[in-house]
Design a protein around this ligand. Structure first.
Ligand SMILES: Nc1ncnc2c1ncn2[C@@H]1O[C@H](COP(=O)(O)OP(=O)(O)OP(=O)(O)O)[C@@H](O)[C@H]1O
Ligand SMILES: [Mg+2]
Length: 295
C-alpha cells in the first residue's frame, strides 16, 4: 500500500520465484548494475534513481532499485511506499527478499533500506549466503539494478560504487559539490582502482551551465587524478521536482511533461547505453562478494 492508501499490486511473474526463467548465472551477468553516488549530500541522487528507474521501466525494462543509503534511506518515502518487512526478516529466514520488495510506479521494484541493512558488513557467514542468494535470484530476473547510495566517502558508499558495473557521480553547480565529487573519485581510484566515472550534472540553469560545471570537474580530475570522465547528461533545476517530492511522487510520474521529466527520459536512454566492462566485475554476484567481504 502506498501513502495514498492505494494498493500497488506486484507485477505477476516479476517476483514469482516459481516463474520459469533462464539459468540464474547467465541472467545475472546480463543485469546492468549501476550505482548512483555523490560526494556532497542533497545533490539529487534519490530523485535521479527514482526517476531514471521509472523512465527505464517505461521503455519496457525490468528495473530493481536497491536503497543502499543506510543512514537515511528514503526512496520509499519519496515514492510514497510503505515498507512492511525489512531485510532483518529475510536474514532470519522469516520471509524472502521479494516479500520486502515494493512495487512502485511503472512496475519498478524497490528494496527499501532497513535498520537491518546497516549490519551488512558484519553479517554472519550464513546471513551473507542467504542475502547473496536472495539478491542473485531476484536481480537475475531484472534488466537493470539501480543502487541509490548516501553521499560521501564512507565504506558503504565506496563498496557499492566499486562493486557496480557503472558508477554515476551526481554533481550540482555548487562548488563544494565538485570538490566533494573530486574527493570521492580520488578515494575510489586509490582504494579500488576505479578509473571510469559517468558524471550527471543536476540542477543546472542552462545547458551552458551544465557544460561549465562538467568542464571544471573534468579539468581538475584530468590534471590531478589522471583519469577521464564521461559526460552522462544534465537535469535542469526545475520547481516541479520539489513540488512532486512534497506529494511523495516522482516528478516523471506526476508531471511527465515537466522539463526535468523530459531530461530524465533522455538520461535513461544514456543509462541504457552504458556499456558493461568485462566480467566478472559488474555481475550481481561480484557486487555481493565485494559488499560482504569482511575487513
Ligand atoms: N533537478 C532538480 N530541480 C530542483 N530541485 C531538485 C532537483 N533535483 C533534486 N532537487 C531537490 O533537491 C533535494 C534533494 O534531492 P535528493 O533527496 O534526491 O538528493 P540526494 O542526493 O538523494 O540527498 P541525500 O544525499 O540526502 O541522499 C530535494 O528536495 C529535491 O526536491
Ligand atoms: Mg538520497
Amino acid at each position: 500500500m502506498n501513502k495514498r492508501g492505494e494498493t500497488i499490486p506486484m507485477q505477476p511473474g516479476i517476483l514469482d520465484p516459481q516463474a520459469k526463467k533462464p539459468d540464474d548465472s547467465i541472467m545475472a551477468s546480463r543485469t546492468q548494475v549501476i550505482t548512483v553516488t555523490s560526494g556532497k549530500g542533497g545533490v539529487g541522487k534519490t530523485n535521479v534513481v527514482a526517476n531514471t528507474a521509472i523512465a527505464l521501466a517505461q521503455t519496457g525494462k525490468r528495473v530493481l532499485v536497491l536503497d543502499a543509503d543506510l543512514g537515511l534511506g528514503n526512496i520509499d518515502i519519496l515514492l510514497g511506499l510503505t515498507p512492511k518487512y525489512t531485510l532483518e526478516h529475510v536474514l532470519a529466514k522469516a520471509c524472502r527478499l521479494e516479500d520486502i520488495a515494493l512495487t512502485g510506479p511503472s512496475g519498478i521494484v524497490v528494496l527499501p533500506a532497513s535498520t537491518g541493512i546497516s549490519q551488512l558488513t558484519t553479517l554472519t557467514e550464513t546471513q551473507q549466503l542467504i542475502l547473496q542468494e536472495e539478491l542473485e535470484r531476484l536481480a537475475s530476473t531484472m534488466d537493470v539494478l539501480l543502487i541509490d547510495t548516501g553521499a560521501g566517502i564512507s565504506s558503504t558508499v565506496t563498496y557499492f560504487a566499486a562493486a557496480a558495473q557503472s558508477i554515476v557521480i551526481v554533481v550540482s553547480p555548487e562548488p563544494t559539490s565538485l570538490t566533494d565529487a573530486y574527493a570521492l573519485m580520488k578515494v575510489l581510484l586509490r582504494q579500488y582502482r576505479e578509473r571510469r566515472f559517468h558524471v550527471l550534472v543536476n540542477m543546472v540553469k542552462s545547458p551552458r551551465d551544465a557544460a561549465r560545471v562538467y568542464r571544471k570537474l573534468e579539468l581538475a580530475v584530468s590534471r590531478f587524478l589522471h583519469i577521464s570522465l564521461d559526460y552522462l547528461g544534465a537535469i535542469p533545476l526545475d520547481d516541479y521536482v520539489p513540488l512532486a517530492v512534497t506529494q511523495q511522487r516522482a516528478v516523471i510520474d506526476l508531471f511527465p511533461n515537466a522539463p526535468a521529466s523530459r531530461a530524465f527520459r533522455e538520461l535513461s536512454d544514456a543509462v541504457a547505453q552504458l556499456t558493461p566492462p568485462a566480467l566478472p566485475k559488474g555481475t550481481v554476484q561480484f557486487l555481493w562478494q565485494q559488499l560482504l567481504r569482511t575487513h
